[in-house]
Write a protein that binds this ligand. Structure first.
Ligand code: C2E
Ligand code: MG
Ligand code: MG
Length: 714
């Protein structure tokens, strides 16, 4: 690039002044050459020139300038100079260093007129190589920066200290949704205005921005909500230059999608995907909240555990798809029958929980009733209609638990009690029951040990013919003296054994012992039928009939000398299965009786259908005889019914003559009770029944045993 310059004022370049100029030139930083305008040969060079080009003065002086320059521009310039053109030139060009590498230089050539009219050129060289290199480095750095800025997912805005936008990337424009014309206008002053108009709370936005700009040396971080619903995280850092904050760099990150995803994850982790109800985790949080509320406002609340009865059967018979539909329907019904404020959650497979706010015993019971009622409606899917019942356990805060886990556990325990006592109902948690539970566990353990250590005994109570007063049978009753507890009543340990299932082992032991005793008596010549109590669980064992047959066989006892006392619940449980089993037992030839008759729900229909031979009137009806008219009425009715059905009738718990007389008058066949004898050990029984013979165990008499009872043939 040529630069027109004024010719330098005339000076006289004579040898004496050349020396002066030489020392002047040597004082300059730039490389300087004097070129004879006529010959275009180098007249003088300074020391800086030697350093710049690596050529000594001797090598340069006298050289023609055209032999020294390298660029076409220089060649043309000196050609023009040779032709008499004295225009100056100032531009960047290339020169070769003595070692061969190219130097980027700024070169200025000015014509100086001498006093004699001739002239010479003053050529100055400034090495620009380093400058050029750093310019290039800066340029590529800038390009890199720009690419980096554009490739980031964040919107970047650079402002000066007054907050005016100096630059930004495309992402920034996209996040804020600047209109195209605003961007094209290149009037960055409009951007802040657009931004403040597009946030939800522009007042707060202005206040925050003011605070950020008011502290130019501090970083900042906050979150903005835009009018279009997007949520941005705004981070800013001061921009420093020479130790001074000169502006600020803002980065804007769009958090909307992340927040939505986070929210969804949060929702899912608190939700049951099948029913859409809160899950156990969410419920615990709500209970915690209810607890805090209850503390502040001193209001109680209740937690109900609602478990679908026999849900496995629904799944097994109708399939899992129907099972899922039932769960959804139950969820919907629970939601519908409760208040808005109350919460329903699904805590596991077929188990739901209901949190009833501000509920005392009455409120909790009302909620439980509403649930029972809602579940009472038939479930109809497609063409299928069926009934679903639920068992509900109720826990009250704070009585049944001071925190969520304790309350959940109490409600669940109460629910299990409902299940145990027949399902389809509700029940409050009773703290006392927990203590019972522990002592029951201990009792169960002690029983198991007692059986191993042979601590159980079998005693017998005579059964007496009301007319002949002869002993016609014996009821075998278990006795247990525990080393710690002393004598434990069957009414205390039998229910525990029934609950734990240990009754099956006890029952087997009793059966064997009773058969062994009857068989022993028989060997001594005493035909004494022995009645054994059979628990429902024992009766339901798959091999129960076999075990009876086995016991008879191993004791070589005629089956008619064994009687099984069954409870009414056995007949109710699974009537068809019970009938099959009873028939099998009857086929064996054993006698079957119903114990504690009148306390259960036996219907006439059952009694007719089942091969029962004997009814045992429960002691509770005998106690009031003969004065209590309702007891008298019941006992009379049972006797009449038994007679009509051709069943033997025996009354239990006869303690007085008056009771016995009433029974005899009413047509009862037999009785047992303290009036005749208490429950006796085998030896005492023998003594009581067979007198001295029993004691001596000699010359056995023919038994006074039951032979042909009312034609039933036990
Ligand atoms: P249960 O089968 O009804 O037995 C009759 C109960 O009445 C016996 O109580 C007997 O001692 C009692 N008893 C008999 N006569 C009188 C009387 O005149 N007055 C009073 N107050 N009570 C009388 P125990 O032995 O305490 O047995 C209670 C229950 O325990 C039995 O009622 C029976 O259900 C069950 N049980 C006893 N032994 C066994 C057993 O070996 N197996 C099974 N599964 N249950 C048994
Ligand atoms: Mg009995
Ligand atoms: Mg009884």
């Amino acid at each position: 690039m040529s630069l027109a310059a004024q010719p330098v004022a005339a000076i006289d370049l004579v040898p004496s002044s050349l020396e002066f100029f030489q020392s002047l030139m040597n004082g300059l930083q730039e490389a300087v050459w004097f070129i004879d305008a006529r010959t275009l040969r180098v007249l003088a060079v300074n020391e800086a020139s030697e350093a710049m080009f690596g050529l000594t003065r001797q090598k340069l002086i006298g050289k023609h300038i055209e032999s020294l320059v390298n660029s076409p521009e220089d060649a043309m310039f000196w050609a023009a100079a040779a032709a008499g053109c004295h225009d100056a030139i100032f531009s960047d060009t290339w020169m070769r260093h003595a070692d061969g590498h190219m130097l980027c230089v700024s070169r200025r050539a000015s014509y100086v007129t001498q006093a004699d009219g001739d002239g010479f050129w003053v050529l100055t060289w400034l090495d620009q190589t380093q400058q050029r290199q750093s310019d290039e480095a800066r340029e590529s750095l800038l390009a890199e920066l720009r690419t980096t800025l554009e490739s980031t997912a964040d919107g970047i805005l650079v402002t000066d200290l007054a907050g005016c936008a100096r630059s930004f990337n495309r992402r920034f424009a996209a996040i804020w949704g600047f209109p195209e014309d605003l961007l094209l206008e290149k009037n960055h002053g409009l951007l802040p205005d657009w931004m403040s108009r597009n946030v939800v709370d522009s007042k707060l936005y202005a206040a925050r921005l003011g605070a950020i700009e008011g502290a130019p040396q501090l970083p900042s971080q906050d979150v903005l909500t835009l009018s279009n619903g997007r949520v941005l995280e705004r981070i800013s850092l001061p921009q420093w230059s020479r130790g001074q904050a000169v502006g600020r760099v803002y980065s804007f990150r769009d958090l909307s999608e992340k927040l939505a995803a986070d929210q969804r994850i949060e929702e899912l982790s608190h939700m049951d995907s099948l029913t859409g109800l809160p899950n156990r985790r969410a419920l615990i949080e709500r209970i915690d909240y209810a607890q805090a509320l209850a503390k502040r406002e001193s209001t109680p609340f209740a937690l109900l555990n609602v478990d679908i009865d026999r849900f496995k059967q629904i799944n097994d018979t109708l399939g899992h798809a129907y099972g899922d539909r039932v769960l959804k329907e139950v969820a919907a019904r629970l939601r519908d029958c409760l208040r808005e404020v109350d919460a329903v959650a699904r805590v596991s497979g077929d188990e739901f929980c209901v949190l009833v706010h501000q509920a005392d015993v009455r409120g909790a019971e009302l909620a439980a009733c509403r649930i029972q009622e809602a579940m009472g409606q038939p479930f109809t899917f497609d063409t299928l209609s069926f009934t679903v019942t639920c068992s509900t356990g109720i826990a009250l805060h704070p009585r049944d638990g001071g925190n969520a886990e304790a309350l959940l556990a109490s409600a669940e325990r109460a629910m299990h009690w409902v299940k145990e006592s027949g399902r389809g109902s509700y029940r409050f948690h009773l703290p006392r029951k927990d203590v019972d539970l522990l002592s029951r566990m201990r009792l169960d353990h002690a029983m198991r040990q007692a059986l191993q250590l042979n601590q159980f005994r079998l005693h017998f109570q005579p059964q007496v013919d009301l007319h002949s007063n002869a002993v016609i049978g014996a009821e075998a009753l278990i006795r247990w003296t525990d080393p710690l507890r002393g004598e434990v009543a069957p009414s205390d340990f039998i229910p525990v054994a029934e609950e734990s299932g240990f009754i099956v082992s006890i029952g087997e032991w009793v059966l064997k012992q009773a058969v062994a005793q009857a068989s022993l008596w028989l060997k001594r010549g005493w035909r004494m039928p022995v009645a054994v109590n059979v628990s429902a669980l024992q009766f339901q064992q798959v091999h129960f009939v076999e075990s009876v047959a086995q016991a008879l066989q191993s004791g070589a006892l005629p089956p008619e000398l064994l009687e099984l006392e069954l409870t009414e619940s056995i007949l109710l449980h699974d009537a068809d299965d019970a009938l099959l089993r009873l028939r099998a037992l009857a086929d064996l030839g054993v006698c079957l009786s119903i114990d504690d008759f009148g306390t259960g729900f036996s219907s006439l229909g059952y009694l007719k259908r089942f091969p029962i031979q004997r009814l045992k009137i429960d002691r509770s009806f005998v106690t009031g005889l003969p004065a209590d008219s309702s007891d008298a009425g019941i006992v009379n009715a049972v006797i009449q019914m038994g007679r009509a059905l051709k069943l033997q009738v025996i009354a239990e718990g006869v303690e007085t003559e008056a009771q016995r007389d009433f029974l005899a008058r009413s047509g009862c066949h037999e009785y047992q009770g303290y009036l005749f004898a208490k429950v006796l050990d085998a030896a005492s029984f023998e003594h009581r029944v067979w007198g001295a013979q029993g004691l001596n165990q000699r010359s056995p008499q023919l038994p006074m045993a039951r032979l042909g009872r009312g034609g039933v043939g036990c």
